[in-house]
Ligand binder design. Structure first.
Ligand SMILES: [Mn+2]
Length: 323
């Protein structure tokens, strides 16, 4: 399940994620598959500027430039962690409930096959069905939530409990997150009121605002999260709006003062050693992007996540990244 060669991918009109084999979910996964990339073309949970439904197509296209050798971890990522492109999850793009049903079923199927799902949104509402399926498969999760926003809103603003500002609220209330194991990194910007942090606080969520990461360094924050998570199953939900709009302009709810792209990559790389059971990368909005900056970053963040899977198992002990 190696990547296609650079010349081979040029002969195709469409490129799978990272030039990997394309294995739609109706077909059995090749044995030994450890990661499945799934596109989720859904932005019906967006409260401001829509367009994230097109991200899977753009991230696929630019991910063809990402090669397989990780020079910091010193591993061939796709040899250690054979991966495939499972295609897009299919549902009517205007039907949030159908999206949640279909995505939860596909993520559950990936987990049942012993692989880690890597979900490319879509807006952040796609995280909830992933968390539901993976908590059922692995038990309550340690969740690393990288985002400018808390995403623990309730129905108060829109009279609707499910949108891209609420997935972590549901995850906490449904017991999908292990006690004290919601790690929120990259927060910044004004809140609606002093109580915005309460839903997380009552569950012992740990906040690492963007200011803290910028002061202490991404590797130090990653180390603290990694040590807190221990050997629990870890889910990484990465909202690209955690990254500063100067580095990731293609997103619907930008907030100034965020992570640099280098800090974001170092943060994920610094989680080396955790037991990653799944990841999503959400809120890339290609129509607002410039020169594919945000899609390129998304592809590289996914590669760092895939490297975390590659570092675990395969009979090889994980090499912990140190700053
Ligand atoms: Mn979010």
């Amino acid at each position: 399940m190696a990547q296609q060669s650079a010349l081979e991918y040029l002969s195709h009109g469409q490129t799978p994620f990272f030039r990997l084999p394309w294995v739609p979910m109706a077909r059995p996964l090749p044995s030994g598959t450890r990661a499945v990339l799934l596109g989720v073309p859904f932005d019906g949970g967006t409260t401001y500027q829509p367009g994230a439904r097109l991200a899977p197509y753009h991230v696929r296209r630019v991910s063809a430039l990402v090669q397989g050798w990780h020079p910091v971890h010193r591993i061939p990522v796709f040899e250690r962690a054979p991966a495939v492109d499972g295609g897009n999850v299919v549902f009517p793009p205007f039907h949030p409930e159908r999206m949640r049903e279909r995505l939860e079923a596909e993520v559950a199927a990936v987990a049942a096959a012993g692989a880690a799902p890597f979900v490319v949104g879509g807006d952040h509402s796609v995280a909830l069905p992933c968390l539901r399926a993976l908590a059922r498969a692995h038990g309550p999760l340690a969740v690393v939530h990288v985002d400018a926003h808390l995403d623990t809103s309730g129905p108060e603003a829109w009279g609707e409990p499910f949108h891209h500002g609420t997935p972590l609220r549901h995850a906490l209330e449904e017991g999908l997150v292990a006690p004290g194991q919601l790690h929120q990194v990259g927060l910044r910007g004004p809140w609606g009121g002093p109580g915005d942090g309460d839903p997380g606080a009552v569950h012992g969520a740990r906040l690492h605002p963007a200011d803290e990461l910028q002061a202490r360094g991404a590797a130090a924050v990653a180390r603290e999260v990694r040590e807190a998570a221990g050997d629990r199953p870890v889910y990484l939900t990465f909202d690209v709006d955690a990254v500063d709009p100067a580095f990731a302009p293609g997103t619907g709810t930008p907030v100034p003062g965020g992570l640099t792209s280098a800090e974001a990559l170092r943060l994920v790389r610094g989680l080396a050693g955790v037991r990653l059971v799944g990841m999503d990368l959400v809120e890339v909005c290609p129509a607002l992007d410039h020169a594919d900056i945000t899609s390129h970053l998304a592809a590289h963040l996914l590669f760092e996540g895939l490297a975390l899977v590659a570092l675990r198992g395969g009979g090889l002990s994980a090499r912990c990244y140190s700053s």
